[in-house]
Design a protein around this ligand. Structure first.
Ligand code: F0G
Length: 460
């Protein structure tokens, strides 16, 4: 038995659920059935999901808070999902029990004391979305969009990816008995992510191009054949990803942090989290908004340029380059949604260098937590925002860590061995990283050799 609230928001049966509609973000046109590429029939812009039912039915926030908490003790898989636990604020499935879930969400919040000191803050928190079943935040969106795909009778789902979407999609598709097609840029994603896609059973194609071009090709593929697109232009993905923000607020006892800091790639996640905060305020769960700031790598900074050079009015695609391969994206699909979130929450946009990313990743690791390179842009960006006075030392800050440390072990090994920037333009700047590097040692197999190393470490 699922645990449902006794209210207008109460269950997911079609007669009671709040109806959701697909609405174009530019011209406002409503769509009954989305096109294969999830673009507006009229103007070609992105769609988002809205809930007209919420207007007439004031949100029973206090009731819902209790219902969501009580589901934590339920034995039902749907209640145990950290996404479907919040199903009153998600699009309804015909039968919620049919949702494809791997127990996603339910991710921890950690305090990062050493990182706080390094950034000049009294306290710093990280919500670790890398603790999801496939090791990234993508699972929270995938459970919703893959469930909608299966409900729609699709046999094939597909995505272009820098590695995490593909890993997640492959897993959820297999669980749902659907086939999955993955397009990834050859040589530009980590082995960990590629191996996940293979093991979960996806048809995996490494294209000799970059992510943005993979996306272009996939958009044509889905127009020609009935394959369901699972990139974040699919607004059902963003609805699932929204729940990380709801869960975060719940974990903070509904106290709103001053700042939430998110990495920016294709800009779906920042849009999703921002949408959740706006909705939570509209529904009376919270009375103020956190400032949501977005951080990009210097070599993949189209949003930073759009905001700084063009007042957020248009975005010029670029050829992207960064070792944080997850966010190596030059033509982000959801940039308009992200600009809206920056404006609505008063957040900042910032860029960070490759060396700053590497240092921040090592610092997050040294706090006993760890994350993949793309996630570490949040700490690197925070340091800049503190220096600029945008973030004050006594404010509450939450970094969204998007992927698990083990997603990209090659980067971590190269970093600690001192090879990451060898022979690159960053070599000189990278000299400052030595104190963070812990290269593994090869020793003779004797007790003395180990004791000597220990003694030396004590002395240094
Ligand atoms: N962090 C990680 C670990 C990611 O994998 C991604 C995106 C992002 C941040 C950026 O999120 O695109 O919503 O702005 N990864 C996508 C992928 C593009 O294909 O796995 P975004």
């Amino acid at each position: 038995m699922t645990n449902d609230a006794g209210s207008a928001f109460s269950s997911q049966s079609p007669s009671q659920s709040p109806a959701s509609i697909l609405c174009c973000i530019a011209c406002g046109a409503h769509q009954e059935t989305p096109a294969q590429n999830f673009r507006c029939h009229k103007c070609g812009d992105l769609l988002e999901i809205t809930y007209p039912g919420w207007k007439n039915s004031p949100a029973p926030a206090t009731t819902l808070k209790l219902v969501w908490l009580s589901r934590r003790t339920s034995q039902d898989a749907i209640d145990q999902s950290g996404v479907w636990r919040f199903r009153e604020l998600l699009p309804a499935l015909r039968d919620v029990e049919q949702a494809i879930t791997l127990g996603e969400g339910n991710t921890p919040i950690y305090e990062l004391p050493a990182c706080a000191r390094s950034a000049g803050l009294r306290q710093l928190y990280a919500k670790h979305q890398g603790m999801n079943p496939t090791g990234s935040f993508k699972d929270t969106g995938m459970t919703v969009a893959a469930s909608i795909a299966r409900q729609g009778g699709f046999r094939w789902v597909a995505c272009a990816s820098t590695g995490n979407t593909s890993a997640s999609m492959a897993a959820y598709a297999s669980r749902a008995g659907m086939h999955s097609l993955v397009l990834i840029p050859e040589g530009q994603i980590s082995w960990g992510k590629l191996s996940q896609s293979l093991d979960y059973g996806a048809l995996t194609c490494q294209l000799r191009t970059d992510f943005d071009d993979c996306m272009r090709i996939l958009n044509e593929v889905v127009q020609r054949t009935p394959v369901y697109l699972l990139n974040s232009v699919n607004p059902y993905r963003l609805e699932g990803q929204k729940t990380a923000a709801i869960e975060l607020l719940e974990q903070f006892g509904w106290q709103v942090p001053d700042h939430v800091i998110v990495p920016g790639g294709n800009l779906g996640n920042s849009s999703a989290l921002g949408k959740a905060f706006l909705e939570m305020k509209e529904l009376g769960f919270i009375s103020k908004l956190p400032k949501l700031s977005i951080i990009q790598a210097e070599g993949a900074n189209p949003l930073v340029r759009a905001v700084r050079d063009r007042a957020g009015k248009n975005l010029v695609p670029q050829s992207a380059e960064t070792l944080a391969t997850a966010i190596r994206i030059g033509n982000p699909a959801s940039w308009k949604k992200a600009v809206h979130i920056l404006e609505a929450t008063g957040g900042a946009v910032e860029q960070v260098s490759e060396v700053e990313i590497a240092q921040s990743k090592a610092e997050i690791g040294a706090d006993g937590i760890g994350c993949e390179p793309a996630s570490a842009v949040t700490l690197a960006g925070l340091k800049k925002l503190v220096k600029q006075g945008f973030v004050q030392s006594d404010e509450s800050v939450v970094l969204i860590l998007t992927g698990h440390l083990l997603k990209d072990p090659e980067y971590t090994l190269k970093f600690h061995r001192g090879d990451l920037f060898a022979g690159t333009e960053h070599e000189k700047e990278a000299a400052m990283l030595t104190s963070h590097q812990r290269a593994p040692m090869v020793l003779n197999a004797t007790v003395e050799a180990v004791l000597k190393v220990l003694t030396d470490a004590e002395r240094s």
